[in-house]
Write a protein that binds this ligand. Structure first.
Ligand SMILES: [Zn+2]
Length: 145
């Protein structure tokens, strides 16, 4: 399958534009969810998103949070990570790498570019032409000096 060249979503405004371009209705609740993910810049569960919005005094029900997360992630406007303990959602929808912190269970976004020779080597080993990749790193917090 050929991947289409889609403009990358880099800001909250880009995400809103993408919704509009797709003809998705931008309800107040949908905007709340998008705004929160772009403010938080973390990977959050639906439960955490619900809690934070309500702490901010934004009236939104459980069902609405779940439905909006489903709609936004199925259109690739937000990120959805499947974990054994449930789904997490993030603001960056295009491919990126993750640093998984084993102390805190946090997942941090990082952009990693592998050197061309390494990519060519992997292609030679597998016979697959690499068009995209994302890497999972795992480790423990380092104490800063
Ligand atoms: Zn991410």
């Amino acid at each position: 399958m050929q991947k289409e060249a889609v403009v990358k979503i880099r800001t909250l405004e880009d995400a809103v534009d993408r919704c509009q371009a797709l003809g998705m209705r931008l309800s107040r609740q949908r905007r709340f969810v998008l705004e929160l993910l772009w403010q938080a810049k973390e990977h959050l569960s639906a439960r955490e998103i619900y809690d934070r919005l309500n702490q901010q005094g934004k009236a939104i029900g459980h069902t609405s949070v779940y439905q909006n997360l489903e709609a936004l992630s199925s259109q690739d406007i937000i990120e959805c990570i499947e974990r054994s303990d449930g789904r997490l959602y993030g603001n960056i929808s295009d491919s990126h790498s993750h640093v998984n912190c084993l102390d805190t269970n946090q997942i941090l976004d990082v952009d990693v570019e592998l050197p061309e020779p390494l990519l060519r080597e992997i292609e030679q080993q597998t016979g697959v032409r690499i068009t995209d990749y994302s890497i999972n790193f795992y480790g423990y917090r380092q104490l800063k000096e």
